[in-house]
Design a protein around this ligand. Sequence first.
Ligand code: NAP
Length: 306
Amino acid sequence: MDTEKTYTLRDLETTEFSGTPLAVIGHPIQHSVSPAMHNAALAKLSATDSRFMDWAYYRFDIAPEDFAQALPLFHQRNFLGLNLTIPHKVQAMDLIKGVSPDAEVAGAVNTLVWDELGYDGFNTDGYGLSKALELDLGVSLKGANVMLLGSGGAARGAAVQCVLEGCAQLYVGNRTPSRLQELMHVIGGMSGGECAKTFAFSQLPDDLPEQGVVVNATSLGLKEGDPAPIDVSQLPSGWKVYDMIYNPLTALLEQAHAEGLPIGNGLSMLVHQGARSLEIWSHHEVDAHAMMTAACHALNLPPRHD
Ligand code: NAP
């Protein structure tokens, strides 16, 4: 089977996926580097453990209106693991058998695991972010001051992770106030959630501590020419800036770099959320470095050595 191809619902109905198939499902999905990342890690795993020889990771373009029909078919066809990306992470919550407690609070799943009776859902985005902050910027979320930009799906996962890991302060801002309030409601229901407060992008909080990390979880920056969501020059000099967007370098990161602040982009989060998914499916340690190399290659980026 061709793991480079983008498959459809029709392919799922008509094709036999032998061995142990895995897949990412999204819409659109053709630019996803997940198959390259996961197949590189699977090649490493199968070099030392023959159990993984017949594992393969595919890419499926499934429209939101077809998702409820597609999921039982993936199950029937024995797809052991599925990664879900935009726009399926929330809809899947109502269609699966079980949800991990952190994914339940975040209200979204990105990793499904086959079980005889259906799929169980997990969310590895928060773990991916936490690992990325640690490796790229030397930031541990425990005790950290975090300024989170956004209140969409990715921001929800990030906020839940920040509170679960015990951040000191969590400043959350979003363009649309109603969505910001929804996220504050979620955080408010968590133990430790009292660390969170809101702010407006146009005016950063005036009580910012000397050190902290900004996490951009808005999609502002995805399009060329997008401005930075906040004025980086208002940050104290001990802050660091992480952008979940990995391609291209966003105005936020360019400005932070110009201010002399350490920066990191979302490639490391992408790699580590993927590595965690594969660990959940394989019950085996996964080579995240091989995944990073494959992701850089697929994105035509220079290789990274982390
Ligand atoms: P989403 O649910 O659609 O949320 C989008 C967020 O961006 C919302 O907070 C939205 O604010 C904000 N936004 C959109 N356009 C804006 C603008 N012009 N000005 C200010 N804010 C704007 O998307 P998502 O799934 O959370 O993804 C958010 C970003 O994270 C995307 O860029 C995605 O690629 C990235 N991401 C990266 C990884 C990774 O592994 N690196 C994983 C997940 C997501 P409103 O509420 O006001 O609309």
